[in-house]
Design a protein around this ligand. Structure first.
Ligand code: HPA
Ligand code: ZN
Length: 322
């Protein structure tokens, strides 16, 4: 199988988390910004655990300083994805990072990102949509502000709202209002849960937030009743196996629950999360799934169909990627 050319639908990719280290170093040079501790001696992102990953991520983001930088980044990321065989991608962006939560700035960032997405579609055929996220460890007030900005810019390109960041911070209930604002505006909803924290985190998310998908969600496997609920309610998991291995959620691919979840009837999809941080990309994820679980062209077709049905896009776009 040619891992680069087999068509792929990706639903879980953080824009800044997809920035190649060289891209961040180039911007740092252009702006004369020092980035102490961000890179290791080989030039890769330096981090050892999830908390440090989030700190390195935030430090690397400090060189992304305006709509133009983000437009350049989106263009580079989409070109890479297209080269990896991705035909449709959903990219997480964040009002807290794009303009620090300011309404006018957010509009300018989103315009630059939209332009990059349109240009990548014209030049590389890849279709992209954006999911705006709040950052859990920035607190409920910042999340509500992010939700209001997202609600005000919901449309063809900005189609979803979600939450990333430190899963151990606060409680899901604190974010009910933010998600209600976003859902009310017609944005479709996903949220990170069951990555760093266990099944209870997924259960709370289902209980309190209007999600149709969950970012990761893999630790639901620790509770068979919850697995059954995910299957019965057809809650789609955005699974990122390579990310989970890199962050030591599981110690090896063979121990990853994606196959068990799939066997239990949970709709699973496959994405990369933050590829250069986790030393992965879509072709590598597919190759490992083939090697470890024996997934073949038919399995990949099935998970891509699941992803296309769960995509936050209009029906016309959906019909084009199926
Ligand atoms: N998990 C949670 N938040 C994030 C991640 C992640 O993998 N990447 C960027 N923000
Ligand atoms: Zn993520």
């Amino acid at each position: 199988m040619n891992w680069a050319t087999i068509p792929k639908v990706e639903l879980h990719l953080h824009l800044e988390g997809a920035a190649p280290p060289e891209f961040i170093r180039q911007l740092a040079r252009e702006k004369n910004v020092e980035l102490p501790g961000v890179f290791d001696e080989k030039g890769a992102y330096r981090w050892t655990d999830f908390a440090e990953f989030l700190r390195t991520y935030a430090a690397a983001c400090s060189v992304l300083q305006g709509p133009e930088d983000f437009g350049r980044l989106a263009q580079a990321v989409l070109e890479t994805s297209a080269g990896d065989g991705v035909i449709y991608t959903e990219i997480f962006i964040a009002p807290d990072i794009c303009g620090g939560g300011d309404k006018v700035a957010w509009g300018e960032y989103l315009a630059a990102l939209t332009e990059a997405a349109r240009s990548a579609q014209a030049s590389h055929g890849i279709v992209a949509r954006f999911i705006s996220t709040c950052i859990r460890n920035h607190g409920a007030e910042a999340a509500e502000n992010a939700a209001r900005l997202s609600a005000g810019t919901a449309g063809e390109m900005l189609t979803g709202f979600g939450m990333g960041g430190e899963e151990r911070f606060g409680s899901v209930q604190d974010y009910v209002k933010a998600f209600a604002i976003a859902a009310e505006a017609g944005l479709e909803i996903t949220s990170h849960a069951g990555e760093i924290c266990g099944a209870e985190s997924v259960r709370e998310t289902l209980e309190h937030l209007p999600v149709s998908r969950i970012g990761h969600g893999v630790r639901a496997i620790e509770d068979p009743e919850l697995v059954k609920r995910l299957a019965d309610e057809e809650i789609v998991l955005e699974v990122n196996p390579g990310s989970n291995i890199a962050l030591s959620v599981y110690d090896r691919w063979e121990a990853h629950p994606i196959q068990k979840l799939r066997d239990a009837g949970v709709p699973v999809t496959v994405s990369t999360d933050d590829p250069p941080y986790f030393h992965t990309d879509m072709p590598r994820e597919y190759r490992r799934l083939h090697e470890v679980f024996g997934w073949d062209a038919e399995d990949f077709r099935a998970i891509n169909l699941t992803a296309a049905h769960a995509a936050f896009c209009d029906e016309k776009t959906r019909s084009e990627i199926i």
